[in-house]
Design a protein around this ligand. Sequence first.
Ligand code: CP
Length: 300
Amino acid sequence: MKHVLSCEQYTRESLEELYNLADDIANNPEKYKNVLADKIIATMFFEPSTRTRLSFETAILKLGAKLISTENAASNSSSRKGESIEDTINVVQQYADAIVMRHSDDHAAEKAAKIAKVPILNAGSGKGEHPTQALLDVYTIRKHKGKIDGLKVAILGDLMYGRTIHSLIKLLSLYNNIEIYGLSKKEFALPGKYVDMLNERKVKYTVCHSFDDIPTDVDVMYHTRIQSERFEGDFGKEEFIINKEVLNNFSKDTLVLHPLPRLEEISTDIDDDPRALYFEQAANGVPIRMSLFLKAFEIK
Ligand code: CP
């Protein structure tokens, strides 16, 4: 049994294994059609989701497993009556062979895993981590760049509360000679603990104040939405918007990624640009999450 709790649990080798499996699944879908026919998998989303939930559920169905789900678990499950995460997991595991969970608590996945006898897959935990998103993000970058070592990656938007950012930089830090450039409004700067982590892992981190501070040959620009649901007050809209005019200042090989949903931070006028990969990212969620189930059940 293998949980997916945090990007801390991965190594370069385990990522390579996962990505090779995802490639095989994408190239040979017939081979994997019924491999989980004897499994029931539960999805419990205590926060809204489109991509993560539906791609997990697509992965479940493509592997031949059966799905049980609570839509909007925050209001439709017994957590609304005050049931703890631990008790909810203890009950759901009586029915399901694995549990996919998204929760507003930064430590929800660890709390669940502590008592779970079935695999827990973290589909986003508060402002902490979104490991399966980062796994598909790096998979998408690897597909297009052929490698991760030596890449320059700009992270933009909400570096403070953006769990996809926190997970992504953990995965990137596994590779050699990575340079990361952070561009955000000052209220949404990368928290010190993550800057310290990057320093400790010998990843060069540069705080940027405008697009001009990002090298024009940066390999990836990874933008994110301001996570207004995670803080009190109004810090206004995103200042740093990637549109056609901005993107034209960067290399023809600069990829644009975003976990979605987007607000104003990426203009729709670049959607047809071959460098804009955010919809492909969403598609890559399926083979990655299929691979994660196979690993969770130790089938591969
Ligand atoms: N990327 C992501 O987590 O999207 P959803 O919130 O729609 O699942």
